[in-house]
Ligand binder design. Structure first.
Ligand SMILES: *[C@@H]1O[C@H](CO)[C@@H](O)[C@H](O)[C@H]1NC(C)=O
Ligand SMILES: *[C@@H]1O[C@H](CO)[C@@H](O)[C@H](O)[C@H]1NC(C)=O
Ligand SMILES: *[C@@H]1O[C@H](CO)[C@@H](O)[C@H](O)[C@H]1NC(C)=O
Ligand SMILES: *[C@@H]1O[C@H](CO)[C@@H](O)[C@H](O)[C@H]1NC(C)=O
Length: 391
């Protein structure tokens, strides 16, 4: 697991100062993108949900490095902000469930109750801690049925550090960051010059050279999907970056955090058509696509067909190997679940907690091959070289 590349990524992050949120962007030649194995684009995307978080505590350098070693096309993260305005990779707005905050006596008085997405929540909130305080915490595995051996070993990383992990990978690896809880973050964190969370988010991506429409030359060098549950944030950033964006869709009972729209409103043909001006696809909770009945699959809804008819990609979440998450139809076989979603439902990518399993499934069923077009071009080049050499 400790490959040379793994060690060099960790070294780079240490050299960049760890807690500094403004490391120097790497020089393009350093990343040597032209000589890297390109992103595969011939089969659905393997999106490593919070890194390889089925194995290693979520959203840590180690979880992302592991996901890249296991074959992720994209590494996925949730972006939140510290009290002093630094962007970090962290899923919950509270620190309670995945850090050692409760054991840190000096922070005992920092517990608060805030309204988050129309519900009151009590805990230690990331927005009440500076980046250096957040960096002093240690993280743990969220699920008690997963490997606990990495607990308290790793720390929270910044958005900048996350991007560098992808840019320094030994092949082209895309990033898939979420603008997380933008209403809440903009209420609690203020930036100079009246900038908003979304401005800082896009600025960070632009600083590292992320730009370009889906499948453009620039995009293929540094692939990126921006995801968000709040449609107003996606619309707000639409004239700041042309990078592809995905509209996340929650459970059928959840209303949008910004526009307070219901599930049926945001998945209507009219709304999907409207949002398709801003996004390249949707990221639905998988049970809205195939609603389960007593832990068996029910009949699929028409959401995927209607999205595809509007040329929208569909990247459902979240796929997990453990039996407790697998519907009985899949007879405790996560490969059977992948097969169903690719062959019966026809999705364009999947968010998985176990990137390694999805990669193995895809390598068995749709292995990476040199495209015929590339092979032809290569033969052409070789025959020209031979001619030049006088053969
Ligand atoms: C949250 O608590 C405050 C103070 O008790 C209350 O005024 C508010 O209505 C509560 N909000 C929700 C969504 O329950
Ligand atoms: C911790 O996780 C539990 C279970 O998911 C959740 O109900 C609770 O709200 C979380 N606590 C905080 C403070 O986020
Ligand atoms: C985006 O559009 C809005 C409204 O149309 C405008 O106020 C804003 O300045 C634009 N931003 C950029 C970066 O072009
Ligand atoms: C959101 O919409 C629901 C349904 O129309 C309504 O009951 C609720 O009051 C609305 N909430 C807010 C904060 O506007």
């Amino acid at each position: 697991m400790a490959s040379l590349w793994h060690i060099s990524v960790l070294l780079v992050l240490v050299l960049l100062g760890g807690s500094d949120a403004n490391p120097v962007a790497p020089h393009r030649s350093q990343m040597d993108v032209n000589h890297k194995k390109p992103l595969q684009t011939f089969r659905p995307f393997n999106i490593a949900h919070r890194g390889s978080n089925g194995e290693i505590p979520e959203e840590t350098t180690e979880a992302y490095v592991r996901a890249i070693e296991e074959g992720a096309d994209f590494i996925e993260t949730d972006i939140l902000a510290s009290k002093d305005g630094h962007l970090i990779c962290f899923h919950d707005v509270t620190l309670d469930n995945t850090t050692d905050i409760a054991q840190r006596a000096e922070f005992a008085g920092r517990k608060r109750t805030y309204e988050v997405e129309r519900a009151n929540m009590t805990g230690w909130f990331v927005v009440d801690f500076t980046l250096s305080e957040l960096k002093s915490l240690r993280v743990k595995q969220r699920e008690d049925f997963r490997d606990q051996q990495y607990n308290w070993k790793y720390n929270i990383i910044t958005f900048d550090e996350f991007i560098l992990i992808a840019l320094y990978a030994d092949r082209v690896v895309g990033i898939y960051p979420e603008i997380k809880d933008p209403i809440f973050i903009n209420q609690h964190v203020k930036w100079s010059g009246g900038k908003k969370f979304e401005d800082k988010f896009v600025e960070t991506l632009l600083k590292y050279g992320y730009s370009g429409e889906y499948m453009s030359e620039d995009w293929l060098k540094q692939p990126l999907f921006i995801q968000c549950y709040a449609p107003t944030s996606l619309i707000y950033i639409s004239n700041m970056t042309n990078s592809p964006k995905l509209f996340l869709i929650d459970e059928t009972t959840v209303r949008t955090q910004d526009t307070n729209q219901s599930y049926s409103e945001i998945t209507s043909n009219g709304y999907l058509k409207f949002i398709s001006k801003y996004v390249i696809g949707i990221g639905p909770w998988k049970d809205t696509v195939v609603p389960p009945e007593n832990k068996h699959l029910g009949p699929p809804t028409d959401l995927v067909a209607r999205a595809h008819a509007l040329n929208l990609q569909v990247h459902p979440y979240t796929f997990r190997n453990e039996n407790k998450f697998l519907h009985f139809n899949f007879h405790q076989d996560p490969y059977a679940e992948y097969e169903y979603w690719f062959t019966e439902i026809g999705v364009d990518g999947l968010f998985t907690d176990f990137t390694g399993s999805l990669h193995k499934y895809q390598e068995w069923t749709t292995p990476y091959q040199m495209k015929p077009k590339n092979a032809e071009a290569l033969l052409h080049q070789i025959s020209n070289m031979l001619k030049d050499d006088g053969y």
